[in-house]
Design a protein around this ligand. Structure first.
Ligand SMILES: Cc1cc2nc3c(=O)[nH]c(=O)nc-3n(C[C@H](O)[C@H](O)[C@H](O)COP(=O)(O)O)c2cc1C
Length: 171
């Protein structure tokens, strides 16, 4: 059995697009069976017993994961390889990457020392056009010379999928 469950929390749909790219690579290049689940529907989430590997992903808003993606970390993940990533516009900007990685990712998962995190990543994000004024007013962003509405780096996401594929298929 080498089955992987990808679970994600999203507010605006950017995170599942990254999940879909990762899913494709795992299935095609590593022959891993992948199921994908939107944590909006938390209660009906598939039984974790069936999966060796989990990929947990969340979009970030005002520095926070979605409620259900953070809640997912409280599940019993014993014996599983867990990879985690965030979709965060700050992480897509060179000047703010370290801030995003530490504050939005490491600080959150560090509270779950019993979980076997085998890989972690902070990717850029995509802001819906109509929400741009809201995020652009955040103090950290006003310092940037130019802020891209979609600063996801697909090569970086694909590279990470291969990294995970190797980890998930290793003995
Ligand atoms: C109101 C608002 C607040 C946001 N706050 C942050 C933030 O604090 N840090 C960050 O990195 N990105 C922030 N973002 C950008 C999102 O992280 C980015 O759009 C992400 O890709 C969203 O993922 P989702 O579409 O899956 O929800 C914000 C976006 C909006 C619309």
């Amino acid at each position: 059995m080498n089955e992987t469950l990808i679970v994600y929390g999203t507010r605006y749909g950017a995170t599942p697009e990254a999940c879909a790219v990762i899913q494709k690579i795992l299935e095609k290049d590593y022959k891993i069976q992948v199921e994908i689940w939107d944590l909006e529907n938390y209660r009906a989430c598939p039984d974790l017993e069936e999966f060796d590997n989990i990929i947990l992903a969340s979009g970030i808003e005002n520095g926070k994961w979605t409620k259900n993606s953070e809640k997912f970390l409280t599940k019993d993940l014993t014996g599983k390889k867990v990879a985690v990533f965030i979709s965060s516009s700050f992480a897509g900007e060179k000047e703010l990457y370290n801030h995003a990685f530490k504050n939005f990712l490491e600080d959150v998962i560090s509270e779950y020392s019993e979980v076997n995190f085998v890989a972690k990543a902070a990717f850029g994000g995509r802001v819906p056009k109509k929400k741009l004024p809201k995020i652009a007013s955040q103090a950290l962003l006003t310092r940037l010379p130019e802020f891209q509405i979609d600063n996801r780096d697909w090569d970086k996401i694909k590279e990470w999928a291969h990294e995970i594929g190797k980890i998930f298929t290793a003995d």
